[in-house]
Design a protein around this ligand. Structure first.
Ligand code: IDP
Ligand code: MG
Length: 153
């Protein structure tokens, strides 16, 4: 029934929490039918931030990015569903909110690239690498959602 079931790692960044839009962001992820299997509020440590954003080390915005992501609580989550990475990235929108489409989270809620509300893994492989920084596999819940038979052909 379920083809290409993937896991995606998502994080509502400190600005999303401070601006009081956690519920609205999670709503958009739930709306398409993804199943939340892990969800928690944490404050990212500098060590976790360095691991998460290792690929950006050396870029001009790197230090500011570490400061941003560690400056307050975030909401980290893992969702599961068909094409979860591709579809989540569409819901999230372009990295720069100025270029993000209206209707996307960044297009609707943000103005600047350095305060863009939400993170989402850019490939199924990276999503796994990233969620392992923040979650132990045992923290994930294993359940069936009642809408699955209507979401999938
Ligand atoms: P993504 O979050 O859409 O995957 P990446 O290019 O992987 O975008 O960049 C990671 C994060 O680094 C962005 O979401 C944003 O918070 C920050 N960032 C990227 N480019 C810039 C920049 O030019 N200035 C400030 N922050 C940036
Ligand atoms: Mg990225």
């Amino acid at each position: 029934m379920v083809i290409n079931l993937e896991r995606e790692f998502i994080m509502i960044k400190p600005d999303g929490v401070q601006r009081g839009i956690v519920g609205q962001v999670i709503q958009r992820i739930e709306n398409v039918g993804f199943k939340i299997i892990g969800l928690k509020m944490i404050t990212v440590t500098m060590q976790q931030a360095e691991e998460h954003y290792a690929i950006h080390k050396g870029k001009p915005f790197y230090n500011g990015l570490l400061e941003y992501i560690t400056c307050g609580p975030v909401v980290a989550m893992v969702v599961e569903g068909k094409d979860a990475v591709k579809i989540t990235r569409k819901i999230v929108g372009a990295t720069n909110p100025a270029e993000a489409e209206p209707g996307s989270i960044r297009g609707d809620y943000a103005l600047e690239i350095g305060r863009n509300i939400i993170h989402a893994g850019d490939s199924p492989e990276n999503a796994i690498v990233e969620y392992k920084i923040y979650f132990d596999e045992e923290e994930f819940t294993n359940y069936s959602k009642i809408d699955e038979k209507w979401l999938y052909e």
